[in-house]
Design a protein around this ligand. Sequence first.
Ligand SMILES: Nc1ncnc2c1ncn2[C@@H]1O[C@H](COP(=O)(O)OP(=O)(O)OP(=O)(O)O)[C@@H](O)[C@H]1O
Length: 571
Amino acid sequence: MKTLQKLAKQQKGRYYSLFFIALALSVVIILQAYLIVSIINDLFINKETFSHVIFPLIVLIGVLVVRASLSYFSGKIGLKMAALVKANYRKRLIEKYARNSLTASYTGQSGHKLSVLLDTVDELDSFFSQYIPQRIVTTVVPLVVLIVIFSQNVYSGLIILVTAPFIPLFMIIIGGATQRKSEEKLESLAAFSGRFLDTLQGLLSLKLYGRSKQYKDVIEKSSLGFRDATMNILKVAFMSSLMLEFISMLSIGLVALELSLRLVVFQSMDFFTAFLILLLVPEFFTSLKELGSAFHAGRSSTGAAAKVEQELETIEDSIEWGNERMTAEPKTIELQDLHFQYGAEGFALSQIDATIKPNQQIAIVGKSGSGKTTLLNLIAGLVKPSGGNIRVNGRDRSDYHEQEWFGQIGYITQHPYLFSGTIAENIALGIKASREEVELAAKKAGIADLIESLRDGYDTEIGEGGRGLSGGEKQRVTLARAFLKKPSIILFDEPTTGLDLVTEKILQQSMKELAETATVITVAHRLQTIKKADLILFMEQGSIIARGKHDDLQKDVAAYRDIFAPQEKKV
Ligand SMILES: Nc1ncnc2c1ncn2[C@@H]1O[C@H](COP(=O)(O)OP(=O)(O)OP(=O)(O)O)[C@@H](O)[C@H]1O
């Protein structure tokens, strides 16, 4: 709770206004009790006429309105505090996820991350919107009420002093149990979200392999686990409310008994004082009880805060960047004894050495799983090498400014991602470009005809929730992005599947044009690309085992020959 309390105190203005509101609330509560007692005293004890109490009645209505407004403002300030803290946590989480390398972002389920980002951060709400305002009210109001009660009758004050400590005592005992249970609940929720998202993403495969029923059962089990965890928290919360209610009733009963004895038997107290105390005692306990329920809400926030902090603290595999600017001309890229490994025992790339000159066309070739895409990701600056250097125009890649670097990279992956939005937005992807420039890029990428044939043209919604595009069409959208961006390093992960002749021609033509102003590194599968390459890097089990032109490799390297023998026959 300490971390959250510190965060609350950081918002000094709001924190101290809550104190001010609490003080005003105490005055209003005393005033309200006083007015009610004096109206009833006047009407029933002093037998005054109704017109005599009209003015106090109007004031009482005003006091009630002020009391409601003060509670409203206190809640509103709490909500504002919560909104700020939540926005801050979300910003830090998003920045952390964005900073992570590609390998780190693959670790853990996306659903889990989503659940931390949305639900767990939302759980912080109750600490600020309920617990903090109520704690401040409970620090001030019962104290003021108690002082007034003591000033009227010391014995009533003493009864309250003896019974009241049981309330915080129970809160502490039960609060500990709530926190443990709320942490369990958050874990179940994260597990549930992770499974749910995984299943949604893989629904097609699950249906095709007749596994959807089984996964339905897994989700059902996971959701029942979440329900049980929630019910357990509620059980504890109800139990605690029952106990708090019991203690406060007992205490109010004792005070009422004492007052009635004084009033009726000993006649040592007047009606006004006795009634005023009787009205104020419940206010004292209501404030403590409300703190009790706010405390439970606050406790579950503590569990959430611990989870978010843990997520923020997990060691990130972030990529280093410097401040160097990038120029727009094609680059020389040197790979010097580059090493990389997925996790501690995963697939490893080692001894990667190569020099790629400006405007050269490089083909990375190798069997499936030999590490071609991994090498491309390393060059792109998406994963962090565990050893060696990538030097670009004589400088270390990590010297360059991140934005400058990615501003010069065009990466056409095998499975490009389309964001939900219009085709024009997907082509521009954050680059400020006029409609004419977008259209020209689409034309060069060979997708203009398709786009123009659509009813809404460039404004057609695609991506999630919009119109789907085929694999080849998606790659052409990415190509159009590259034409718009005019990068000086182009990384191209060629599709492994066969393309139709038209698409193949478009791709070839586009790559040729892009290569005029860029250094192009292609993970190549098609013989045409490979034959045209200035340099082929032939990979096997994570290392470059041969390099050269196609004809030389064909002549000298048996493993290389084996890969292309079937394609050569077809050509
Ligand atoms: N995120 C990852 N975590 C752990 N291992 C991975 C990860 N991504 C890929 N690998 C492993 O690294 C190896 C090389 O993968 P990579 O995608 O680089 O191969 P590739 O040569 O591009 O294959 P293909 O031609 O089939 O695309 C494979 O054995 C793969 O299982």
